[in-house]
Design a protein around this ligand. Sequence first.
Ligand code: HEC
Length: 115
Amino acid sequence: MKKLMIFSALSALAFVLSYCGTSKKAVKQTVKMNYDLNVKAILEADCAPCHFPAKGGKKHPLDSYAEVSKNIDDILRRVQLNPDERGFMPRDHSKLSDSTINILKQWKDDGMPEN
Ligand code: HEC
């Protein structure tokens, strides 16, 4: 009888633990980064005016979903350089924070949804 109780207690525990595991995964998957909500504002704040023709920028435009998604690898490479390295972006500004860079990385990993 005692053995049976221990067994049921353990199964209950195993059930609870596996349930927690799945729910955590489910939460992570539903929070995806997207261009309209997460990425656009970063570029508008840090890459303008140079990459925004409407604001007078003369550099390669990074003002639309199409351009940013097409150039994401070069963008990620450049923002992770150090400011004294050739090709560093945003030029003449300080390096983006790790959390900002992580949003861009996660957006790429999420498959770059537009919205
Ligand atoms: C002060 C102006 C300025 C700002 C701000 C700036 N850039 Fe640039 N960017 C440049 C210049 C100048 C070049 C061309 C020289 C070069 O390729 O390094 C360039 C080139 C690039 C290129 C290569 C595009 C191509 O095909 O020629 C990418 C990608 C890029 N920048 C990304 C960014 C990102 C991402 C940001 C914001 C986080 C940013 N830049 C902010 C001036 C700027």
